[in-house]
Design a protein around this ligand. Structure first.
Ligand code: ADP
Ligand code: MG
Length: 459
C-alpha cells in the first residue's frame, strides 16, 4: 500500500472517529511503510503518535485489514529528529525498555520465522500493577512464565475489555523469551490465527501451516471468542490444540468471557478449554485504579517533566472512572496533554473541564442518604440506629463505614457529613474515616464490605 492508497483507505475512518477527529488526527498521518505486518506512520510530534495510537489505533488497524493488509501493529515515528526514525513513540512511553534484542517485532528462531504477532514492549510484568481483582490471574501468569514442567494446560484467562488480558499474555511471552531464548513462543490473536489459516487454505499450503503451529513450544491465542461461529477455523484450532497438548506444550488462551459462555463454539472445544486452569480478571477496584494511575503518572512525567498534579486529582479519577483501564489511561493521557498545552498545574478544576465527557459518562451523584440506606441494609440494622446516638459496636462500625463512604464518594465536607449523622461534630467524622482507613489495611472483611458497598452504590 502506498501513501496515496492510504489516502483513500483512511476515508473509511470518518464515520468511526467523527469528522473533527478525522481532520485533527487522521489526515495528518503519512504512511511511511508497511512491512512484516507493521504499518508505520509519520507524525509531526511524538505526542500525536501516542494519542492517535491510544485513541484510534484499533480503528486504523481495522480499515487496513479490511483493505487487505494483514496489519498486526501500528507504529508512529517522527521524521527529522536527531534520533533515527526507528526511535518510535512507543519506546518513549514504555516503562522499562526491553533489551534491544527483545524488541524486534517478529520472533525468529534458528533463522525460521514463527507465525506470531509482535509483542508490545510496554506490556511486561514490571509494568503490571497487581491488586485484588487481578492477583489470581497474575499469579497464574507468573507461574506459567517460569517455564518448566507444564502443570495446567491450557491457562485460560478471561475478563472484560481493558482489564489486562493482553498485557498479561505479552508479559508471559517476554518473560519466557528472556529466560529461555531458544524457546519458540508464539503469540497471536484468534483473528490472526484465522487469517493465517485462510491464507494457507488459499495458497494450498496447509501442510506448512500445520507443521509450523505444531512445532511451537508455547502457543498463546488472544481473544479466542473470535472463532465462535467460524467452524473451519475452530476445527483447525482444535487439532492444533490437541497436538500441542499431546506433546506437553504450554497453551495460553484469553477470552472476554468464560469458556461455557462463549456461544457458537463446539462442546468438545469448550471442554478442552476448561481442562486446565481457568482464571478471571475481575473489574478493577478503587485501590487498583489508583495504583495504575500512580504508575502511569511516573511514566508520563518523563514525557512531561514540568507538569504538576494537584493532590486529590488521581483519587478523584480513580473514583470517577470505574470502567476499564484503557479508559483510565486515556483520561490521564488527555489530562497531561491538556495540562502541557495550557502550561499549568493540573488542578481539580482543570480535570473536571478537560474530562467532562468521560466523567459524565460514569457520573451519578451519590448522596449521603443513599449511602446510609445501603450501609444499614448491608449490616442489617435500622437506619435510625445508624444515624442515632447509640455507641455499641454493632452500630458504631457501620456508622463509620457510612461516614467513610460519604467522604469518599460525595463532595460533602466533614461538617456537612456530621450534620447528616445526627448532628455529629466534624472531628467525630474525621475519626470515623481514619478508623476505617486503618482497618481496611488488615481487616479483609471490612475491605470486602467496602468494596461491595462501593460497587452497589456505583451501579
Ligand atoms: P484486554 O486485553 O483485557 O482488553 P489490555 O491488556 O489491552 O486489556 O489492557 C488495556 C490497557 O490497560 C493496556 O494499556 C494495559 O497496559 C493497561 N492495563 C490493564 N491492566 C493493567 C494493570 N493491572 N497494570 C497496568 N496496566 C494495566
Ligand atoms: Mg486484549
Amino acid at each position: 500500500m502506498t501513501n496515496e492508497t492510504w489516502g483513500e483507505v483512511r476515508e473509511n475512518l470518518v464515520s468511526a472517529v467523527g469528522k473533527n477527529n478525522y481532520v485533527n488526527w487522521i489526515e495528518p498521518l503519512e504512511l511511511a511503510g508497511l512491512e512484516g505486518g507493521v504499518a508505520t506512520f509519520f507524525v509531526p510530534t511524538t505526542f500525536m503518535g501516542t494519542w492517535v495510537s491510544r485513541n484510534f489505533g484499533d480503528d486504523i488497524q481495522k480499515v487496513l485489514i479490511k483493505a487487505g493488509e494483514p496489519v498486526s501493529r501500528i507504529e508512529f515515528s517522527v521524521p527529522n529528529q536527531k534520533e533515527p526514525s526507528s526511535k518510535s513513540v512507543k519506546q518513549e512511553v514504555e516503562a522499562q525498555p526491553a533489551p534491544e534484542s527483545l524488541a524486534k517485532p517478529s520472533a525468529i528462531v534458528g533463522g525460521e520465522e514463527l507465525p506470531g504477532a509482535p509483542l508490545d514492549s510496554r506490556f511486561t510484568f514490571d509494568s503490571f500493577v497487581v491488586g485484588k481483582p487481578n492477583e489470581l490471574a497474575h499469579a497464574a501468569a507468573r507461574r506459567v512464565s517460569e517455564g518448566g514442567s507444564v502443570t495446567f494446560n491450557p491457562l485460560f484467562l478471561y475478563g472484560g475489555v481493558g482489564l489486562g488480558k493482553t498485557h498479561l499474555m505479552h508479559a508471559i511471552a517476554w518473560e519466557l523469551r528472556t529466560r529461555s531464548p531458544g524457546l519458540r513462543v508464539v503469540y497471536l490473536s484468534a483473528e490472526q490465527f484465522m487469517y493465517r489459516f485462510v491464507q494457507a487454505l488459499r495458497d494450498k499450503d496447509m501442510i506448512a501451516f500445520k507443521q509450523l503451529f505444531r512445532s511451537v513450544d508455547v502457543l498463546m491465542i488472544d481473544d479466542v471468542q473470535f472463532i465462535a461461529g467460524k467452524d473451519a477455523t475452530q476445527e483447525e484450532f482444535f487439532h492444533t490444540f490437541n497436538a500441542l497438548v499431546d506433546q506437553n506444550k504450554q497453551i495460553i488462551v484469553s477470552s472476554d468471557r468464560a469458556p461455557t459462555e462463549i456461544d457458537g463454539i463446539e462442546d468438545r472445544i469448550v471442554s478442552r478449554l476448561q481442562s486446565g486452569l481457568v482464571v478471571d480478571l475481575h473489574p478493577t477496584n478503587y485501590e487498583l485504579r489508583l495504583g495504575i494511575l500512580q504508575q502511569k503518572v511516573e511514566l508520563f512525567s518523563e514525557q512531561f517533566p514540568n507538569l504538576e498534579i494537584q493532590d486529590g486529582v488521581l483519587e478523584f479519577l480513580a473514583h470517577r472512572i470505574s470502567t476499564n483501564v484503557r479508559v483510565l489511561e486515556g483520561a490521564l493521557m488527555r489530562l497531561f496533554a491538556f495540562g502541557s498545552l495550557v502550561g499549568r498545574e493540573i488542578t481539580m478544576e482543570l480535570t473536571q473541564d478537560c474530562l467532562a465527557d468521560v466523567i459524565r459518562a460514569s457520573d451519578r451523584k451519590i448522596t449521603v442518604e443513599e449511602i446510609q440506606r445501603k450501609v444499614s441494609d448491608h449490616y442489617n440494622i435500622r437506619l435510625s440506629d445508624l444515624i442515632g446516638p447509640k455507641r455499641v459496636r454493632t452500630f458504631a462500625r457501620p456508622r463509620q463505614v457510612a461516614m467513610y463512604l460519604s467522604k469518599q464518594m460525595t463532595t460533602r465536607s466533614l461538617p456537612e457529613i456530621g450534620r447528616r449523622f445526627g448532628g455529629r461534630d466534624h472531628t467525630t467524622v474525621m475519626h470515623g474515616v481514619r478508623k476505617i482507613e486503618e482497618l481496611m489495611q488488615h481487616d479483609s472483611q471490612i475491605a470486602d464490605d467496602l468494596e461491595m458497598l462501593r460497587r452497589a452504590l456505583e451501579a
